[in-house]
Write a protein that binds this ligand. Structure first.
Ligand SMILES: NC(=O)C1=CN([C@@H]2O[C@H](COP(=O)(O)OP(=O)(O)OC[C@H]3O[C@@H](n4cnc5c(N)ncnc54)[C@H](OP(=O)(O)O)[C@@H]3O)[C@@H](O)[C@H]2O)C=CC1
Ligand SMILES: CC(C)(CO)C(=O)C(=O)O
Length: 324
């Protein structure tokens, strides 16, 4: 089984390393100092329980890696249009591609059914470049949960890669052969995975979690639990979650949003969300996928999200002021 991880940073890096260790023919698309370090010293994973290093084929040019049986795209959302122009050489006609990204995915309305079926999201896929290069047919929706980071080039750090399963699911709700192939690859690597028929419900569960504290972390530049030291900010988090639950229902999804459970988790979470990691590394943040597009969907469905609107506006101002 030939698997390529496109953008093997915090999330893709640990997946690639576990696959390589399990003997899967895995290669990665990486770039810059991270690629140089992986080539020179291998790809290292540090978890609570172990540290290990694997040698893995890596290139910034997918043409060096050839046609694959399956592809995991794990770049940040602002990098996705760059993937469209590069991914072609990895794809046979049936190669499944999953996008393990936070936020609303660019393909959200593909296979949705109903009045919005096939609607495009130009904010996430300007000029339909992903839609045209990858095509919705081979798509598998995906969600990753483990809190992870790249503390230095060539090194991925996370507490527990098995903390929560990766979720995969075809946009049309079928158990597609592509989803099953990608599931098998993760299982062989010893990573927990579930294939779901209602992928959008799971996307919203994850996004609600990201929305509960991510904006507060970006604005305060502190880890999740620090934002929950102030009762008024916990209240803001509760309001964002209530607004998100309303949007989820208006979109016809059935995600379970247990506000007090999420608040309870956040109280103890020392993680800096990946959106904050981007801010602090002066990288573009996933503002569109995480905040702006949910607000567009709120406008589409007539749902009011004043708290998220305010937080998103403050973040946009901050991003512009910092040139991000
Ligand atoms: N980190 C976390 O804790 C979690 C993250 N997520 C989500 O997972 C997704 C991936 O995040 P994460 O792994 O943290 O991101 P990272 O930035 O750590 O990894 C993405 C990698 O892709 C590389 N990349 C981007 N474009 C290209 C390209 N065209 N060619 C080659 N390499 C490229 C980046 O390089 P460069 O740095 O040069 O841009 C980077 O090394 C995001 O949507 C995030 O929100 C989900 C759960 C938890
Ligand atoms: C908060 C977390 C780890 C949730 O899994 C996440 O998605 C992120 O850091 O972006």
């Amino acid at each position: 089984m030939r698997i390529c991880i496109f953008g093997a940073g915090a999330i893709g890096g640990f997946i690639a390393a576990y696959m390589a260790r399990a003997g899967i023919d895995v290669s990665i698309v990486a770039r810059g100092s991270h690629l140089a370090a992986i080539r020179a010293r291998g790809l290292t994973v540090e978890t609570r329980d172990e540290t290990f290093t694997v040698q893995v084929r890596a290139s910034e040019d997918p043409a060096d890696l050839g046609v694959q049986d399956g592809v995991f795209v794990t770049v940040k959302a602002p990098s996705l249009p760059s993937v469209a122009g590069l991914i072609g050489p990895l794809l046979a006609p049936d190669t499944p591609v999953t996008f393990l990204t936070n936020g609303v995915p660019w393909w959200y309305f593909h296979g949705h059914g109903g009045a919005w079926d096939g609607r495009r999201l130009p904010t996430l896929d300007p000029g339909d470049v992903l839609w045209s290069a990858i095509g919705p047919r081979r798509l598998v929706g995906g969600i990753a949960w483990p809190a992870s980071s790249v503390p230095q080039p060539g090194v991925v750090r996370l507490t527990d890669p098995r903390s929560r399963p990766t979720i995969l699911g075809a946009p049309d709700g079928s158990i597609s052969p592509g989803a099953v192939l990608l599931q098998q690859a993760l299982e062989r690597a010893g990573l927990p995975v579930q294939v779901e028929t209602r992928i959008r419900d799971r996307i919203w569960e994850k996004l609600a979690f990201n929305l509960s504290a991510g904006p507060l972390c970006v604005l305060t530049e502190t880890p999740v639990r620090s934002t929950h030291e102030e009762p008024v900010l916990i209240e803001a988090s509760r309001r964002v979650l209530a607004e998100t639950a309303e949007l989820i229902a208006a979109l016809g999804c059935q995600a379970e949003i247990d506000v007090e459970r999420i608040v309870g988790i956040n109280m103890h979470l020392g993680h800096r969300p990946s959106v904050l990691q981007d801010l602090q590394a002066s990288r573009p943040m996933e503002i569109d996928a995480l905040y702006n597009v949910p607000l567009q969907l709120a406008a589409l469905t007539g749902v009011r999200m004043p708290t998220l609107e305010m937080l998103a506006a403050l973040i946009r101002v901050k991003a512009r002021a910092l040139g991000l």
